[in-house]
Design a protein around this ligand. Structure first.
Ligand code: NAP
Length: 261
């Protein structure tokens, strides 16, 4: 059998959002490594430094840098740390909302909780793209992770659904701004996956069961499938795709009403 060439050989990718082995960003980093990318990881503050450094070693990461995306000075420091680097891919796999806003009625969302979810989960794509796109001197690909709760009501997803709706709009506007530099911007809408963030959503395991029962593929999403789509979008194969949201969700989003038994 003929060996396939590595799809990301010669490319450097920075991946924001690896917290542990269950993070979607970790699955993306594994797929990127398999495809020959040079990987840079970031962590949010000292609390996660040692963990991400350990994971970075396993993933063969070239560099591991600090960056809390809500702190402009840390984004600036990240850019200075990377002076002279050429970046080809930016993976934004970051979101946060207060736990109480993922368990009570959406109607009860506080102003602070709303703004926090927007700042971390949506605005950060804009600030990260603005900071890092100047390093993408030969064009490239910016990816973010989104979820169906942006366009449909998913129980308890609430304020995060609204943040994801804004994030998907950011994808389109950024794609328009950066297209002339041959920088593509896309979202991957992943099906529900059990990660640390997802565990913060009340009754998340019921969502997993419900999706597996209804999705055309009759199962949940494997994080490796998200990693492979991220490879496609980061590579030459994805060169015609920008401003899009691609669903990697075992097909769940196409379903309307289930036929009664
Ligand atoms: P995860 O492992 O908890 O990843 C979330 C990451 O966001 C963590 O690394 C977290 O770091 C980071 N983060 C939060 N606030 C940050 C900040 N201010 N600065 C820098 N990093 C920050 O969970 P995940 O499920 O893989 O989430 C990754 C992305 O996928 C999110 O955008 C999520 O909404 C999206 N997504 C998830 C699912 C799912 O079902 N799991 C489905 C569709 C889309 P800390 O741990 O330090 O806070």
């Amino acid at each position: 059998m003929e060996l396939m060439s590595q799809l990301l050989a010669g490319k450097t990718a920075i991946i924001l959002g690896v917290a542990n082995k269950w993070s979607i960003a970790y699955a993306i980093a594994e797929a990127y490594r398999r495809e020959g990318a040079r990987i840079i990881l970031t962590y949010q503050g000292d609390r996660l430094k040692a963990t991400v450094e350990e994971l970075g070693k396993e993933l063969g990461a070239a560099r591991i840098l600090n960056c809390d995306v809500t702190k402009p000075e840390e984004l600036e420091a990240l850019v200075s740390e990377m002076a002279g680097e050429r970046l080809d891919v930016v993976v934004h796999s970051i979101a946060f909302a207060n736990r109480e806003d993922l368990s009570r009625p959406f109607l009860e969302t506080s102003r602070d909780g709303y703004l926090l979810a927007q700042e971390v989960s949506s605005y950060s794509l804009v600030s990260v793209a603005r900071a890092l796109s100047p390093l993408m001197t030969e064009g490239g690909s910016i990816l973010t992770l989104t979820y169906l709760g942006s366009v449909r009501v998913i129980p308890n997803y609430n304020v995060m659904g609204v943040a994801k709706a804004a994030l998907e709009a950011c994808v389109r506007y950024l794609a328009s701004d950066l297209g002339a530099k041959n920088i593509r911007v896309n979202g991957i809408s992943a099906g529900p996956i059990k990660t640390a963030s997802a565990r913060g959503i009340k009754d998340f395991s019921k969502v997993l069961d419900g999706v597996a029962a209804v999705a055309p593929l009759k199962r949940n999403t494997d994080p490796a499938e998200v990693g492979d789509t991220a490879v496609f979008l980061g590579s030459h194969l994805g060169r015609g795709v920008t401003g899009n949201v691609i669903y990697v969700d075992a097909g769940f989003q196409v379903m309307g009403l289930q036929a009664p038994d």
